[in-house]
Each structure stands twice: as structure tokens, then as C-alpha cells.
Design a protein around this ligand. Sequence first.
Ligand SMILES: Nc1ncnc2c1ncn2[C@@H]1O[C@H](COP(=O)(O)OP(=O)(O)OP(=O)(O)O)[C@@H](O)[C@H]1O
Ligand SMILES: [Mg+2]
Length: 277
Amino acid sequence: MAAPPHWAIATHKGGTGKSKLIELIAAAAAEKGDNVLVVDMDAQANVTRRLRAQLPEDPRERKGASLAAILQRPSKGEVERILVKSGWGGIYTERITIAPAHLDLELLALTASQAASSRRLLTALAGVVDDFDLVVIDTPPNLLSHLIDNAWTAADLLWVPVEPEYDAVEAAKRVQQRVQEDRDVLNPDLQVGGFVINRFRSSLNLHNKRAEEVGTIIGPDAVCPVRFPELVVLKNGSEYAQPMSELGSEGRAMAALGADAYAWMRKRSDMLMGGAA
Ligand SMILES: Nc1ncnc2c1ncn2[C@@H]1O[C@H](COP(=O)(O)OP(=O)(O)OP(=O)(O)O)[C@@H](O)[C@H]1O
Ligand SMILES: [Mg+2]
């Protein structure tokens, strides 16, 4: 079986909805019947918590059962040893697997000067990924960091969540710029898959204008037609670590938007990676 697409969610601005997009994609993938591996490369471990990764009960054992423990010197496929299921239950537990983060992931940068250190995640994932239909990597809000280098080296495509406001649009442009500048050293096949507008308020001229501007970064086709609104129910899903489908009719409407966004990303991913649609 061919390796599944590896997507990283990235941008240079904090709080734009990277981890939220992972929650939505992981849920949509599971609802569609896809098996997804979520790799949490952010020491904040937000996705690990929000997907209710089934971590060891004793907090002292959690570092050893996380990416922080294996990425110092990984052997091929070693990520297998730390994989856990989502605690969301039902199809979500069946189909969402997590490589959990831990605060000590921050320390990985200390050994960044070692040879081939940006290939560690790739090595740790080798072979293991064949059991999945999709690999999604969450990243911290940096542009130049050891964790980002590892995530981008392992990824085929980057997806960039953008709030339609100046600072976030500029941060999205910087992602595209770094991909162009550094892909030869990091990962020659790396591309920006596209941009996903989040916290969109259609009544604001400013948001409409900035959303249009996102379409100029690499072209309008690279902008997801689904624009996620700013809604308390989306926040509640993250806050209480629940899938949208369990949060009433408004939650189910957001799950449907998540499914549309996932379908678009999947199609575009197939197109960009030259696979069968
Ligand atoms: N469309 C939305 N409507 C309401 N709340 C949202 C929306 N998108 C994200 N949020 C909330 O905003 C907060 C920040 O989102 P999130 O953690 O996903 O951003 P992030 O880009 O991963 O942040 P960081 O850069 O710290 O990793 C979270 O509480 C999340 O639930
Ligand atoms: Mg995050």
C-alpha cells in the first residue's frame, strides 16, 4: 500500500486555529471512514488534550510515552511505541490515533545541531504510517524552529489557517516564502497545499478584503471554499475536548463544514501530489 499523504498545519501566527483545524479534520476523516494518525509536534500539547489522547494515568509516565521521549534519537518506526487512541469514543476512538506531545518537546531544539536532526520525525514515522489513510501534523506557531523543520521535512503539504486580518495574512505569506526559500535543504517536495480562512465574519468589509488577498498568495484555487465562522460552539469543542457532532445542531453544522473542508483538502492533495483523485 502506498504511503498516505502527510499534511502539516502551520503558520507563523499563534491562535489562528491550527489545532482547531486538526480537530475538525480528524473528526471528518473518522466520520468518512478514514484512519488518521495525528502527530502532535507542539509542546503545548493542545491537540493531544483536545482529542482526549489516552495517556498513561500517572503524569510521571507521560513524557516517556510521548514524542519528547523518542525524537532525541529515534529508530525507524519508533513512533509505534507511543501511539494511543483518541478518547472521544465510538468511531473516533476506532479511527483516530495520536502520537502525543509533551512539554519537554521544547528541549528537542537543544540537540538540533546533530547531523540530520531535522529528519528525526520522518525516521520515527517510517513504515508505521502505512496503516493509515492520512497523517496530520500539528505544529507550534513558529517559522524557524527545530520542531518546524522536523514537521516540514516529514510533510508533503502544508495547510495554513488564516484569520482574514493583516497580521495573520502576513504570517501566511511568510509560510509560503519560507517553503520557497528553504525547501531545497528541508524537503524538495514540500508545497503549500492551501489556505483555510477561519473566524470569518462576512459582515465585515475588512474580512472580505483580506480573504480576497489570501487568494493572491498562490492563487484563488489554493483557498478553501469553506470559510469557518467565529462561533462559541467551535471554541467549546476545544475547551471541553469534544467532537462537533456531539455539540447540538450548531455543532453538527460545523461538523458538516469540517467534512466539506476535508473533502476539498483531500481532492486538492490528490491533485498536487499527482495521485488518483
Ligand atoms: N472559528 C472559531 N470560532 C471560535 N473559536 C475558535 C475558532 N477557531 C479557533 N477557535 C478557538 O480559538 C483558540 C485558539 O485556537 P487554536 O488553539 O486552534 O489555535 P492555534 O493556531 O493552534 O494556536 P497556537 O498557535 O497556540 O498553537 C482555541 O480556544 C479555539 O477553540
Ligand atoms: Mg495549536
